[in-house]
Design a protein around this ligand. Sequence first.
Ligand SMILES: NC(=O)c1ccc[n+]([C@@H]2O[C@H](COP(=O)([O-])OP(=O)(O)OC[C@H]3O[C@@H](n4cnc5c(N)ncnc54)[C@H](OP(=O)(O)O)[C@@H]3O)[C@@H](O)[C@H]2O)c1
Length: 265
Amino acid sequence: MSVTPDQPRPLAVVTGASSGIGLELASCFAAGGFDLLLTADDATVAVVADRLAGDVAVRHVQADLATADGVRTLVEEVRALGRPVDALALNAGTGQGGPFVETPLDGDLETVRLNVESTVRLAKALVPPMVERGAGRVLVTASTAALMPGPYYATYAASKSFVLSFAEALRHELKDTGVTVTALLPGPTDTEFFERADMEDTRVAHGKKDDPADVARQGFEALMAGKDKVVVRSAQPLSQAAAAKVLPDRAKAAMHATYTKPQDG
Ligand SMILES: NC(=O)c1ccc[n+]([C@@H]2O[C@H](COP(=O)([O-])OP(=O)(O)OC[C@H]3O[C@@H](n4cnc5c(N)ncnc54)[C@H](OP(=O)(O)O)[C@@H]3O)[C@@H](O)[C@H]2O)c1
């Protein structure tokens, strides 16, 4: 989207914008001439907003999107701006690593609430006005973990399968509305994810990872091109990617587990 000086700048709302892929997505939107509404759970998002402000206007909302109140806070802030959302990046996400029989229920439920529930709540509130207006772009951060069962972060992989399926279905429903939905499927990416998910003692956490700036750029370009999805896994061995396409689910689960299983277990 090119913006000329006499046109109002488009607005992008980015969740999980304080670090990792979301921070880099916010930078892509800023470089693309979007004003920004950034959101994350802790106060760092204010620092990020200050850093990105300059040629574009950047606001921030601190909200725990794993709660209905947090989602409501963000939606109210969006509505208070009184301007349409041109791009919505539903990116905030977290995981809970470890054998399911040992993981804390709260960690599993927070994963589901943030990754699944907040995606649905935010889409329900913010997509209908896009459809009414006949324009908008939605980016949903899924994961290559969505493509196969994910032992040792079972609720995380399941949550990403949900958001991928949700994004693809929504894309179909909206195909004649002027609103596009794009799924971003990163492979292992060098962010705070593994530490937060309690997965530091896994093979995937110590393996090669993509740069979050590259992942975000590919997601942003796919979004702006109106593509259905983009899979970014340059750090993943080609043999593994190829095997994932042809193996039965049981074998995919076993292969995935070799990367996600705690090494001390
Ligand atoms: N890193 C990978 O290997 C990888 C691979 C595939 C997909 N992904 C997906 O990429 C997305 C971004 O993750 P990342 O890798 O960039 O990890 P990250 O660096 O940990 O970033 C996560 C972002 O989500 C925010 N967030 C976490 N809990 C929140 C909550 N309860 N309410 C609101 N915001 C919250 C964080 O903000 P606070 O710091 O304020 O909590 C942060 O801005 C996630 O959906 C993740 O599942 C990551």
